[in-house]
Design a protein around this ligand. Structure first.
Ligand code: NAD
Length: 340
């Protein structure tokens, strides 16, 4: 565990077990040089404790990079709660997690993530004020989708020579909170949608409301399209799946899309432009961070509109240095984290 902490430069790990509520959780604080660590709380079933801890560490590092590149005065952190097979009282479990966060004295601020909801954040808020994305604060997903939409325009311009999305074929994997909102914006901009989701009801809705073409889940990655937008879970890009891609660019919301950094080089070698996930999906973090600081919606929207610009900078560096945008984004983030 210490070797993993060292190799990913994580500052601290914090653990809790509360037999009364069934809470078993870890909080990873990756970097707090720029401010308190801010990052979502996952509530998922894991095969073992090691994979839960590794997930927390990897995601916390991703949050540090996301925050620093977005110019936010926050560090990176992430919480993982191992979802028990049976939960007698979900509210009590999240309240217990809130008490745990409170013991960290504001060094970690939590938010909604996979498996959690604003209602869970409300329970946490009973015990600590170091929580965002409560029912009152609002869901960050529409803001994430807004940023991804802007990023898709930037990616289209960089790879295809135009940011006009009219007639562009965009394949979306996952029509959840972000994916569906993104699909709506792409549809309004005239893009042709190819969609898949494990939940056939969401696909049906996209067909009816947005004229989307349904694609079987196992066929989406190899479907011919201009832009592939992964909006489901992470690690979908590996050497096997990249060999099957038939798109010009990958630009989507999912966190940790690359199973390893080497995969970014495979994409580069295949001439597929990759929009680094933590740059293009930073809209949700920007929203929760600035909203937590009490900023007005106008300020938040102005900040969100800079996502496309940041992506343009990353693509320009990558082209000049003939390196993958993923490697360039990591390098820029690490450089910024080590300044000041
Ligand atoms: P969500 O749980 O609401 O939606 C995910 C959707 O993907 C679900 O409908 C699920 O059925 C579908 N899905 C999962 N695996 C799939 C597969 N293999 N094929 C097809 N569909 C699949 O999650 P969300 O909030 O929309 O987030 C989506 C992704 O974006 C996640 O990786 C999340 O970490 C990332 N992200 C979300 C936000 C946010 O503000 N919600 C911010 C940044 C990053």
């Amino acid at each position: 565990m210490f070797a993993l902490m060292q190799s990913s430069n994580v500052e601290t790990l914090h653990f809790i077990v509360d037999p009364e509520t069934g809470l078993k959780a870890v909080i990873a604080i990756h970097n707090s040089k720029k401010g308190p660590a801010l990052g979502g709380c996952r509530y998922l079933a894991y095969v073992d404790e090691e994979s839960a801890i590794e997930d927390a560490i990897r995601l916390a590092q991703n949050m540090s990079y996301k925050a620093v590149l977005a110019g936010l005065p926050f560090g990176g952190g992430k919480a993982v709660i191992m979802r028990p097979a049976h939960v007698p009282n979900r509210a009590a479990l999240f309240e217990s997690f809130g008490r745990f966060i409170e013991t960290l004295d504001g060094r970690y601020i939590t938010a909604v993530d996979s498996g959690t909801s604003s209602a869970d954040m409300d329970c946490i808020a009973q015990r600590t004020q170091h929580v965002t994305s409560t029912t009152e604060a609002g869901d960050p997903s529409p803001h994430t989708a807004m940023g991804v939409f802007a990023g898709i325009r930037t990616t289209a311009l960089a790879r295809l020579g135009s940011d006009n999305l009219e007639g562009l074929r965009v394949a979306i994997q996952g029509l959840g909170h972000v994916g569906y909102a993104l699909a709506e914006q792409l549809h309004a901009a005239g893009a042709e949608l190819l969609v898949s989701d494990l939940d056939s009801g969401k696909v049906q809705l996209a067909m009816e409301q947005l004229g989307a073409h349904p694609i079987a889940c196992e066929a989406l990655l190899s479907t011919p399209c201009d832009i592939l937008a992964p909006c489901g879970l992470g690690a979908i890009l590996n050497s096997h799946s990249v060999a099957q891609l038939r798109c010009a660019a990958v630009a989507g919301a999912a966190n940790n899309q690359l199973s390893s950094l080497q995969v970014a080089d495979h994409l580069e070698n295949r001439g597929i432009l990759y929009a680094p996930d933590y740059v293009i999906n930073s809209g949700g973090l920007i929203y929760v961070a600035l909203q937590h600081q009490g900023e007005a919606l106008g300020t938040i929207t102005a900040h969100l509109s800079r996502i496309g610009l940041r992506l343009t900078e990353v693509f320009a560096h990558a082209q000049a240095e003939k390196r993958s945008p993923a490697r360039v984004a990591d390098m820029l983030a690490e450089r910024l984290l080590n300044v000041g």
